[in-house]
Write a protein that binds this ligand. Structure first.
Ligand SMILES: NC(=O)c1ccc[n+]([C@@H]2O[C@H](COP(=O)([O-])OP(=O)(O)OC[C@H]3O[C@@H](n4cnc5c(N)ncnc54)[C@H](O)[C@@H]3O)[C@@H](O)[C@H]2O)c1
Length: 244
């Protein structure tokens, strides 16, 4: 199997995309340790961990190294956000903006650097940051017309920041044979308002929203030795949304 005996850490393993990623990578032969603020099943490989807490992340890495050995890859996939996330740009309180940047962008930086540091000794490792098409381009607001859905303004700054942060990390950590890449999913179907789904599907070249199982194979590839000369890239898995 492609990823036999590899040890990967996946944040946000309990969510829509994380659940699928964990199952897919395990099916490829990997050991996948999940770090999530909420665990449906807390097992010896799924830990409760708040990625906004440096102490939690340090403890988790220490525990993983002791229990399983050196980490071969790390996927930052968790999606921390405040309860008022998603408000219209004209209404978002400044404190909420700051809190979301801190919880999401800053935590991805903290986890990325700790992950890369922990893999430095192996002289081999792969970091993947989950970004978004909305970190690559502005939203098309017409797809939300007639629905109560909005596109959070903070997402543009956070995911855009994560994409360029990942390029920086690739440039610096390449000397240790550590790779850093992003995967940017397009909109994933999750029983959204049918008006939105119809609008979205009409626009995207492959004429459907993404599904959770569209994303995991790209992650598996970037973690594998098949991607050993790929670093600093952002792979959009979006049905062609970002090319039009
Ligand atoms: N679903 C989409 O349409 C879509 C599209 C593009 C990008 N993404 C990105 O994909 C990733 C996963 O998204 P999703 O749709 O699966 O989200 P989700 O909300 O279904 O899952 C996110 C997971 O992160 C966990 N989490 C939240 N705060 C945390 C914290 N402080 N510490 C640890 N874990 C925490 C949650 O408990 C949850 O299990 C996110 O980075 C998101 O921005 C999603």
């Amino acid at each position: 199997m492609l990823l036999e005996n590899k040890i990967f850490v996946l944040t946000g393993n309990n969510g829509l995309l994380g659940t699928n990623m964990q199952n897919y990578l395990i099916a490829q032969g990997a050991m996948v340790i999940g770090l999530d603020i909420y665990q449906k099943n807390e097992t010896n490989y799924n830990y409760i961990c708040d990625i906004t807490s440096e102490k939690h992340v340090d403890t988790a890495i220490e525990k993983i190294n002791t229990q399983f050995g050196p980490i071969n890859g790390w996927i930052n996939n968790a999606y921390p956000r405040t309860e008022d996330w998603g408000m219209n740009v004209e209404l978002v309180p400044y404190d909420s903006w700051k809190k979301n940047v801190d919880m999401h962008l800053n935590s991805y930086f903290m986890c990325s650097r700790k992950a890369l540091h922990s893999m430095k000794g192996n002289k081999n490792g792969s970091l993947i940051n989950i970004a978004s098409i909305y970190g690559m381009q502005a939203p098309d607001f017409s797809v939300y017309e007639g629905t109560s859905i909005d596109n959070p303004v903070g997402y543009a700054a956070i995911k855009g920041g994560i994409i360029n942060l990942t390029r920086y990390l690739a440039a610096y950590y390449g000397r240790y044979n550590l790779r850093a890449n992003c995967v940017s999913p397009g909109g994933i179907f999750d029983n959204q308002d049918p008006i939105f789904v119809k609008n979205y599907e009409k626009k995207v070249p492959l004429k459907r929203m993404g599904n959770a199982d569209d994303i995991a194979p790209a992650i598996a590839f970037l973690l594998s030795d098949g991607a050993k000369y790929i670093t600093g890239q952002n792979i959009a898995v979006d049905g062609g949304w970002s090319v039009i």
